[in-house]
Structures are given as structure tokens and as C-alpha cells.
Design a protein around this ligand. Structure first.
Ligand SMILES: Cc1cc2nc3c(=O)[nH]c(=O)nc-3n(C[C@H](O)[C@H](O)[C@H](O)COP(=O)(O)O)c2cc1C
Length: 474
């Protein structure tokens, strides 16, 4: 059943037994340290920090919104007892029937409970964490929504880009080249204008899923989030920017981003998701914050990583489902699974396919090169349909036993890299090469490939029936 807002979602996570409340942590490093350590656990809890040092009780920070399958299943209304590849298939099938649900404009919203303008604006009235010891400051936007409007088409974009709190009313924004929000900002700057912007730092989790997906330029993340939820989202018009703002947002900043040649500020570094400080502090655009609105006892959402462990934390199920759908839309049939390999983050995609003809699997890889997850991707691994792409050991076995590096690894150069990629940064060029690792049995040798060592299903069922206790875990 759809939930109402972030608070309702947190209550659901608590009911699932996946919420831990932490009292008395310091915004300076302790919130970051605790959530970093838990993020590496097998089953990371969601964390709600309260009683934060120097801040009033009730002014909270919520971390690890989805870092657990049950939590994600709750949001996406999926059956938690099913395997993850079934979830991805279900999302892909839903995507095929996608119909955006337009948001509903309302007059009054909880986010208007407290409004501050001009000299009253102070980003540090919130317990903005300094997440890691090597960070260049306090980052208010990590699990955020950055809302902009395209000056040409009027389309509104919602993307997740990091936002650093520089001083009371100045924030830094790091939107990488090629991101929709960045393109929109550049269009204003090209006219010598500032780009109106809103940043939401605590929101309905479905909106955050939408904001982190690489949706087609111009498509509405509000409609997408409403579709995920099965109910339209409520919005208000931003009093300063006129931008649509989620009514249930916890904290909303409104302002403008002047052209960088007019104003910019040293930003970062920030401990990024690949697990490195790849990009050093650099001059980046700033947001001149003109207004802050927040709910009573606001909840700031945060998300950061020491490295890309786990398969759920960046709601990668959607990226996998989107890529699967894109491959099918390009006419490539018989894909049986898509996964972002655990530990490799968005940099290693695995595609399983039932090969029907020579070149079949490669077609899927070429769609993946430029499709969902193209940003910062490094490897595309192709496996046969007997491999579960979400099973890392099976994928490695396929690579080890079906991929002959001399013939089966293909490299493409000059692909879209991330500005936080340690390899690209060192080279001084943030493009990346991409490898297709073809770990499928060669199609022409399918019939003659050495047979598998396996226990047949009939034999397995017979021995299980008779000696079931042997198979019980310790
Ligand atoms: C937790 C998290 C943080 C992110 N931070 C950034 C960031 O600081 N800058 C950036 O360019 N992309 C960042 N991204 C990736 C973008 O959110 C993603 O590429 C999204 O598709 C961008 O939206 P757009 O396609 O509308 O530009 C982040 C993603 C996640 C999940």
C-alpha cells in the first residue's frame, strides 16, 4: 500500500525491524562514521539520528533509505519472498506499461510550516553532517532532489547532485557534465542569466528513486514518482522560483545559480561512491539561497558510501530494469536478467541472455554501452541464461570458464566517464574506456561445449527427500 511521505516510510521501516535510532551523535564526522560502518554490514539498518550535538531534539538525520531488500520491496510493493531477479523483471514489466501520474497542485503544504527569507536564511540551522574526515566541508545535499526548469522547453528536471553548505546562504553544487540539470543550468548561463533552482533535502523516497534514474531529457520525475507510488504526488509552487516543490518535503532551499564566470566557489572534496577522493576541491557553481522552508522537526536525508557494497543501496533495481527494457525496446529478445555486480556499483553491469543466433548477446551489450547506467560504466559482462547475474560467484565462474580474453574481451574508448572516477581523473580526462566481457559460450560451439558437471533435478529431489537433514544449515 502506498505510504504518504518520508515520515510514514520511516515508520514502515521501523515496523519491518530495520530502523536503528542513534542518540547524541555529532554532525561532525560521527554521523558519517556510524553510517559508513553500518553500510558495510551484511544487513545494514536504516539509521535515524536524533539529539544531534548542538541541535534541538527532533531535528533529525535519516540515512540509508533503501540499503536493504525488504525496505525497497516496501516502497516498490514487491513480494519480499521472491528472488531479486524476479523483482527486476517485475519492474521491467511495469515500465513497459509506464504511464506517468501528474502531480497535484495544492495551496498549503507541510514544508511551509517554517519559512525564512533573506537575512534569516541559515543553512547551518540544520545538523548538516561533515561525513568523512577527508571531506572539504559539510554536505547538506547527498540524498537530495535538485529541481530546475529548462529555459527552452519549460521541462522540469529533478536530479540528485551533491550540495555543499559553504556559508549561511551559499551552497555549492556539483552536477557532472551531461547531467540534465547541468545542461539546463548551462542554457541559462549561456544567456548570461542565473538559473532558478530548488533543493529538497528530505523527501518521499519514490521521488528520490526517480531523481537518481537516467530518464530521457524532458521527462517528468514527479510523474515517474507518482507512477511508482500508484498515487499522484502533491506539489506547491515555489514562492521564490515558481518551481514545483514536493508538498511533503522536509527541507527546501530556493535560490539561483549565477553563471560560474560571475561567481563560483571551491567545492569538495567529498568521499564519493567509488570509494575514493578522485576529484580534489575545485571551483564549482554556487547556489545563492534566498529562502528556506522546513517542516516542524525536520528530517534531513543523507546518503554516502565508503565503497559500493551491496546491491540495493542506490536503488539499482530500477537501473537494471530500465536497461533491460531498453535492450528489449531495441529489438533484442531473450534477456533473462540484468544486474549491477555487487561491489562494482554502477561500473559493472551483468546481462544474462538465452542466445538464439550469432551476435545476439553482443547486441545487448551495445545497447548497454549507451543506455541506463552509461554514466561512469566500465564493464559489461555477458553471461548465458543458466547464470543468475545477481550471483557473483556464478558470474565469476562464467568469466573464468567461458571467456577467452584474447577473443572475448572487446574495448571501446572515449565513453562517458564520471568526474569522480579515480582512473579518469588520473589520466586528466574523465572519459573512460568500456570493456565487453563476453562470458557466454560461443554461439557456434553451444552444441559441442563441454557438458556441465551438475546434479540433475530428479536426483537432487530424490536425495533431498531421503536425507533432508544433511542439507540443513549449521
Ligand atoms: C546518492 C547519489 C548521489 C549522487 N550524486 C551526484 C552528484 O553529486 N553529481 C552528479 O552529477 N550526479 C550524482 N548522482 C548521479 C545522478 O543522480 C544520476 O546520474 C541522475 O540520473 C541524474 O539525473 P539527470 O539524469 O536528471 O541528470 C548521484 C546519484 C546518487 C544515487
Amino acid at each position: 500500500m502506498a505510504f504518504n511521505d518520508l515520515r510514514d516510510y520511516i515508520a514502515r521501516v521501523e515496523a519491518l525491524g530495520e530502523l536503528k535510532c542513534v542518540e547524541g551523535a555529532d554532525w561532525d564526522l560521527e554521523i558519517g562514521a556510524i553510517s559508513s560502518i553500518t553500510s558495510l554490514m551484511d544487513k545494514p539498518p536504516a539509521l535515524l539520528f536524533d539529539g544531534i550535538k548542538g541541535y534541538p531534539p527532533g531535528w533529525r538525520v535519516f540515512c540509508d533509505v533503501f540499503n536493504g531488500p525488504k525496505r525497497l520491496a516496501e516502497v516498490l510493493q514487491l513480494d519480499p519472498s521472491r528472488p531479486v531477479m524476479d523483482w527486476i523483471r517485475t519492474i521491467k514489466e511495469r515500465l513497459q506499461a509506464f504511464k506517468g501520474l501528474p502531480p497535484v497542485l495544492v495551496d498549503r503544504a507541510p514544508c511551509q510550516q517554517n519559512v525564512f527569507r533573506g537575512p534569516e536564511v541559515d543553512l547551518f540551522k540544520f545538523p548538516v553532517p561533515r561525513w568523512f574526515e577527508g571531506d572539504g566541508g559539510r554536505f547538506i545535499g547527498t540524498n537530495d532532489l535538485v529541481i530546475t526548469r529548462d529555459p527552452d522547453s519549460g521541462a522540469v528536471n529533478v536530479g540528485t547532485y551533491r550540495v555543499q553548505a559553504h556559508d549561511r546562504n551559499t551552497a555549492g553544487i556539483f552536477a557532472d557534465k551531461g547531467k540534465d540539470g547541468r545542461i539546463m543550468m548551462e542554457r541559462y548561463w549561456a544567456r548570461g542569466e542565473s538559473c532558478p533552482i530548488a533543493v529538497c533535502c528530505g523527501q518521499d523516497p519514490t521521488l528520490w528513486i526517480a531523481a537518481t534514474q537516467s530518464l530521457p531529457f524532458g521527462s517528468s520525475e514527479f510523474e515517474y514518482a507518482g507512477w511508482i507510488k500508484g498515487a499522484p504526488l502533491e506539489i506547491i509552487r515555489g514562492p521564490v522560483t515558481g518551481l514545483p516543490l514536493p508538498a511533503s518535503a522536509e527541507i527546501v532551499l530556493e535560490g539561483a545559480v549565477p553563471p560560474p564566470e560571475t561567481e563560483s566557489h571551491m567545492e569538495g572534496p567529498f568521499g564519493e561512491w567509488e570509494g575514493y577522493y578522485a576529484s580534489r576541491a575545485s571551483l564549482q557553481p554556487v547556489i545563492r539561497v534566498e529562502s528556506i522552508m522546513h517542516r516542524n522537526d525536520p528530517i534531513l536525508c543523507g546518503l554516502h558510501r565508503v565503497r559500493p557494497h551491496g546491491g540495493y543501496y542506490f536503488n539499482n533495481l530500477f537501473s537494471c530494469a530500465l536497461l533491460w527494457q531498453q535492450i528489449e525496446t531495441c529489438g533484442v529478445s531473450d534477456v533473462t536478467g540484468v544486474w549491477q555486480m555487487d561491489g562494482g556499483g554502477r561500473m559493472i553491469f551483468v546481462i544474462a541472455i538465452k542466445q538464439r543466433y550469432v551476435g545476439h548477446a553482443k547486441r545487448a551489450a551495445y545497447v548497454a554501452m549507451g543506455g541506463a547506467g552509461a554514466y561512469g560504466g566500465r564493464f559489461i559482462v555477458l553471461v548465458d541464461d543458466d547464470i543468475d547475474p545477481s550471483n557473483t560467484k556464478d558470474v565469476l565462474w562464467a568469466i573464468a570458464t567461458r571467456c577467452d580474453p584474447e577473443f572475448d574481451i572487446e574495448i571501446q574508448k572515449g565513453c562517458w566517464g564520471a568526474n569522480v572516477d579515480p582512473v579518469g581523473i588520473l589520466r586528466g580526462d574523465v572519459s573512460t574506456s568500456r570493456a565487453i566481457v563476453d562470458a557466454c559460450r560461443p554461439y557456434s560451439q553451444m552444441a559441442t561445449y563441454p557438458p556441465l558437471v551438475a546434479v540433475s533435478p530428479e536426483l537432487e529431489s530424490r536425495v533431498r527427500d531421503r536425507w533432508g537433514d544433511v542439507f540443513e544449515p549449521f
